[in-house]
Design a protein around this ligand. Structure first.
Ligand code: C2E
Ligand code: MG
Ligand code: MG
Ligand code: MG
Length: 288
């Protein structure tokens, strides 16, 4: 009896595994079709210069416009895209799309310092694909200053193979394209590496930004990261800024840029253009 119960459990287990595997395969096929049929799109979230409240640039964030499920979050499909290798063509599409959008906005909304675009690049895409070649081709065909393109990589990349990584990053920097470390503080990048790598921007993870204005340890952590950035001459972007108090605090510790729902949510180009026309995204109270 106990034996047959065990067998039954294994059958249930197998059935579950099979269902999961089938679901993953189905989603992979769907994702491949999505790329081919133009179901992927980019939303753009403004990144604001804290000193003035003006929009300085954007982060491009991928969405999947699913015929049945509606807008699917990248949290749901990027991991699968990475596992299956689909991230290579998807990432290349996103890079091209974001850069062409940036060129259009730079032409329509000229600024003393041109608007910038920050594009997420997954670790696998960074290492496996000819990213450097793709970026070079893009810069040859689309008229943007290379320095207005920023590639966001995560700390896990830096840890994988520091030497290979440094060479790749250097080739990107040689084109004058900039490199941001995304979700900074959540990984394990050693300070010893950081100053040897051609990094330009630290994006402070939103888990540290939350409630900074209320004191507590987050405020101290964010202050240390901002101080580190100053010493290493890096720019800082605070992610996930949701309140005016958080923004005022960040401005006070000389964090340069902020991004978050307080200023604007990621949105389609038409909505972003209305904000660009208005110049200031969300004015902060004047410094005391
Ligand atoms: P990320 O690069 O750290 O992007 C920031 C995420 O924070 C975005 O989530 C954005 O919508 C969200 N966010 C912005 N402001 C706030 C805020 O004030 N509060 C809160 N709670 N959230 C805020 P999203 O768009 O769902 O993207 C999730 C992640 O998916 C990204 O995290 C990035 O790792 C990945 N991702 C998105 N697009 C791409 C892409 O084109 N390529 C690759 N490789 N990864 C992407
Ligand atoms: Mg990012
Ligand atoms: Mg981030
Ligand atoms: Mg994040």
């Amino acid at each position: 009896r106990a034996k047959s119960g065990g067998r039954a459990r294994i059958d249930v287990f197998d059935a579950n595994l099979r269902r999961q595997a089938m679901a993953a395969m189905r989603m992979e096929a769907d994702l491949r079709a999505a790329l081919e049929q133009g179901q992927l799109c980019l939303h753009y979230q403004p990144i604001v210069l804290l000193e003035t409240g003006a929009i300085a640039g954007f982060e491009a964030l991928m969405r999947w416009n699913h015929p049945d499920r509606g807008l699917v979050s990248p949290v749901e499909f990027i991991p699968l895209a990475e596992e299956t290798g689909l991230i290579a063509p998807m990432g290349r599409w996103a890079l091209g799309e974001a850069v062409r959008q940036l060129a259009a906005w730079q032409a329509r909304f000229p600024r003393a310092v041109p608007l910038f675009m920050s594009v997420n690049v997954s670790t696998r895409q960074f290492r496996d694909d000819d990213l450097v070649g793709a970026v070079r081709d893009l810069l040859d065909s689309v008229p943007i200053p290379p320095s207005s393109l920023k590639l966001e990589v995560t700390e896990s990349l830096l840890m994988k193979d520091p030497d290979e990584c440094r060479m790749l990053m250097q080739s990107i920097r040689d084109m004058d394209v900039r490199i941001s470390i995304d979700d900074f503080g959540t990984g394990y990048s050693s300070l010893a590496y950081l100053h040897k790598l051609p990094v330009d921007v630290l994006k402070i993870d939103r888990s540290f930004v939350r409630a900074v204005s209320m004191g507590e340890s987050n405020a101290a952590i964010v202050q240390v990261i901002a101080g580190l950035a100053t010493i290493l001459r890096l720019d800082t972007v605070a992610e996930g800024v949701e309140t005016a108090d958080e923004a005022v605090y960040l401005r006070g510790i000389l964090c340069k840029y902020a991004q978050g729902f307080h200023f604007a949510r990621p949105a389609l180009p038409e909505a972003v253009e209305r904000l660009l026309a208005a110049e200031v995204c969300a004015a902060l109270p004047a410094p005391a």
